[in-house]
Design a protein around this ligand. Structure first.
Ligand code: ZN
Length: 128
């Protein structure tokens, strides 16, 4: 069965099988455990930690999400109240802090899916 790695990433699932959960707990606001991931997919055995420090690259995905939300917040605050710096900074900071566990998880999920897709494509090219 072939599953789109990016579709699986949207549901925080394994990029290979699309069934195994990437994170140990479903609740991202379980502050003590929201970063916990199994070492391997419980369904297909794909390694979720291919190498030490693998998820440093996930920071770029998380950063892109943060910038996108900040730009979005800027525009809706600007439309409602005009150019107001302090309210924007307060609203944006609060939203970014509240969404941190979600951005963290999607950063890791999409980064794993991206690397999986690249490696799968590279292996396919080696065969042919
Ligand atoms: Zn899997």
């Amino acid at each position: 069965m072939s599953v789109s790695p990016f579709k699986a990433a949207a549901f925080l699932k394994c990029p290979q099988c699309g069934k195994g959960n990437l994170f140990s707990t479903a609740n991202p606001y379980n502050i003590k455990k929201f970063t916990d991931m199994p070492d391997h997919c419980p369904e297909c055995g794909l390694s979720f930690m291919p190498e030490p420090g693998f998820y440093y690259g996930a920071m770029y995905v998380s950063y892109a999400l943060t910038i996108a939300l900040s730009v979005f917040n800027f525009f809706w605050v600007y439309m409602l109240w005009g150019f107001v710096v302090v309210p924007y900074l307060i609203i944006n900071s609060v939203l970014l802090i509240l969404l941190l566990p979600i951005f963290f998880r999607y950063g890791r999920s999409y980064y794993l899916a991206l690397v999986y897709k690249i490696e799968k494509t590279a292996n396919r090219r080696k065969k042919f």
